[in-house]
Design a binder for this molecule. Structure first.
Ligand code: HAM
Length: 422
């Protein structure tokens, strides 16, 4: 381990990479606001119960992946493994429980103790959206349309939408019985995890990626054929709306998703530019129970993995449009010049120009080296003579051209130059 490495599965995001992240965030703000969504920020940790109850006690995330700890007051807390449960906890205090709608999005780090791999981290970042409080197939379709529009905005046009229905909660029993009956016959040839899943949560078998299990899964009954007409009709309306919006999709009857709160529509966006971890987004409609609430919070939403979005953008050679604005560097030779530069820097910043002013007594050569290292546009040079003449030497770092200006003229000149560059 190099001594500057962060813990496994986490990364530093350096200034040289930050614009790509900021671009994803800025586009989220722009696109989501067209649909009436506003940002919500919730804590990165919650009471453990929020996730146990919210995501389901026997989900893989809750069973194996949560970072749970006891605080000094003896409370069990957990670093959020996903955003939906915390957002719903916050929403319990609003009018969503009376059928009023809230549209929110969130951006931030999530934590899962998974085995790190390409595109799979222990601290990763999600951009998520939730349409809370109402139930309509049109909201499900609109929320997918917003996802597609967002991906197009950030340059990703070639992902595949996989969609399925999990039916209503009340529909599950007949489908579950059929799956149990079928897999009991095939379980001998299947992996150990699936043997446990057969007991605990047979639906998860459909999600198994083990080679040994694929042929049995391929021939399994389609659970949706056991659903009520109401659930089938709900799904048909989602599909009709996607058709009306000209959104391409593939119905994947094996898509169940790993969290227990889903009902009806579930979907994932996958991209071939990624390896095994090919989902860039996942979500669906949910009914989420929280500690102490008798009624579930309902809604539809999804989250995208920011690391994966960036990996896809890189595989498509998409350039980041946001760039740093290169600074002006103030070179001061001697105490009086350095002091005067501090004041000049303040005046330039009032004009919205980026400035770095040298504060130590250093040689001309050392300061010019700094100007190059920070990619300064101009070096503004002054020593005792310039202070006496009330002038500054302005050097264009690209062309090497030098001119001398009074303070007012220098400020005008630099303001105009930066205006031209915009
Ligand atoms: P999820 O499918 O668990 O859903 O995660 C959503 C996305 O987060 C994934 O498609 C993936 O891009 C990214 N992701 C998940 N785990 C990791 C990881 N370990 N490393 C890197 N990226 C990862 C949810 O989290 C739901 N809360 C989505 C939702 C919102 N459903 C309804 N509303």
């Amino acid at each position: 381990m190099a001594k500057n490495s962060p813990p496994p599965g986490t990364s530093d995001i350096f200034p040289s990479d930050i614009h790509a992240w900021q671009e994803l965030e800025q586009s989220a703000n722009e696109v989501f606001s067209l649909y009436g969504y506003e940002e919500l920020r919730t804590p990165v940790f919650e009471y453990t119960e929020v996730f146990k109850r919210g995501l389901g006690d026997d989900t893989e995330v809750v069973q194996k992946e949560m970072y749970t700890f006891e605080d000094r007051g003896g409370r069990s807390l957990t670093l959020r493994p996903e955003g939906t449960a915390g957002v719903m906890r916050a929403m319990l205090g609003t009018d969503v429980m009376n059928g009023n709608e809230q549209r929110v999005f969130y951006i931030g780090p999530m934590f899962r103790g998974e085995k790190p791999a390409a595109g799979r981290k222990r601290q990763f970042h999600q951009i998520g959206v939730e349409n809370i409080g109402r139930k309509s197939p049109l909201l499900d379709a609109e929320s997918i349309a917003m996802l597609i529009q967002y991906l197009e905005e950030i340059g990703i046009n070639d992902s595949e939408l996989l969609i399925n229905t999990r039916g209503a909660q009340s529909d599950r029993k007949p489908a579950e019985d059929a799956l149990k009956a079928y897999f009991s016959e095939h379980i001998d040839t299947m992996c150990d995890d699936c043997k446990t899943r057969l007991e605990n949560n047979v639906w998860r078998i459909l999600d198994c990626k083990s080679r040994d299990c694929q042929s049995s899964i391929d021939s399994a009954p389609d659970p949706s054929s056991y659903f009520s007409d109401e659930s089938k009709d709900y799904f048909k309306k989602v599909i009709d709306a996607l058709d009306a919006l000209d959104i391409k999709y593939k119905i994947d009857t094996r898509l169940v998703r790993g969290l227990d709160y889903y009902v009806h529509t579930v979907f994932e966006l996958v991209h071939s530019g990624l390896g095994a971890q090919n989902a860039i987004a996942g979500g669906g409609r949910y009914e989420l129970f929280l500690p102490g609430s008798k009624k579930p919070v309902i809604g539809v939403g999804y989250a995208m993995g920011m690391e994966r979005l960036l990996m896809v953008r890189e595989s498509l050679n998409i350039e980041t449009k946001l760039k740093s604005i290169k600074p002006i560097y103030l070179v001061g030779l001697g105490e009086p010049a350095i002091m005067r530069n501090i004041k000049l820097a303040a005046l330039l910043r009032i004009k919205s120009l980026p400035v770095i002013s040298e504060v130590e007594q250093k040689s001309m050569k050392a300061q010019m080296r700094t100007a190059n290292r920070i990619s300064a546009t101009y070096a503004i040079i002054s020593g005792d003579d310039e202070v006496a003449n009330k002038n500054f030497v302005c050097k264009n770092m690209e062309t090497g051209e030098q001119s001398e200006f009074s303070e007012d003229k220098l400020i005008d000149f630099l303001t105009n130059k930066y205006e031209e560059e915009k």
